[in-house]
Design a binder for this molecule. Structure first.
Ligand code: FES
Length: 144
């Protein structure tokens, strides 16, 4: 399997699209410059990659953040207080110090939401975590 020189524990994506962070449209700010400055000054990308994105889709939950981990995607919404973003920074600092993924910020727990309509159903494709990226046909179970 191929690797990247930029392997991190996780990636956090803060949305700043057509709604998230758009104070002119009545949404709370996303402190993009502060986040970038902290990540850069403390070299936090080595632990958790920071990405600022355009619209991620679920604008009704603005402000939205997405955390990508080896275990999957985690969606969070309704982030607006400065404490929400401080909690994210503290979480990343703690992950880096521990050199492992730690439980997500407690402040975020109640903000997690289901993004995709099929998430409550059986997965469309089940692949053993020990398999390579491209599984053998016998290890993939297609729904339907
Ligand atoms: S603008 Fe953030 S989800 Fe659409």
């Amino acid at each position: 399997m191929n690797e990247t020189n930029r392997a991190a524990l996780a990636q956090v994506v803060f949305c700043r699209g057509c709604c998230c962070g758009r104070e002119d449209r009545g949404f709370p700010a996303v402190p993009v410059e502060q986040l970038k400055a902290v990540w850069k000054a403390e070299r936090l990308n080595s632990a958790v990659q920071l990405t600022i994105s355009g619209c991620l889709g679920p604008c009704d939950r603005a402000n939205v953040a997405l955390i990508l981990t080896p275990s999957g995607l985690e969606w969070y919404g309704d982030l607006g207080e400065p404490a929400d973003f401080e909690a994210a920074i503290e979480w990343v600092r703690a992950c880096r110090a521990a050199n492992q993924l730690l439980p997500r910020p407690a402040e975020w727990e109640s903000r997690r939401f289901v993004r995709f309509a099929d998430e409550s159903n059986e997965p469309a494709c089940v692949v053993s975590r020990d398999d390579d990226w491209f599984p053998e046909p016998a290890t993939a179970i297609r729904k339907g």
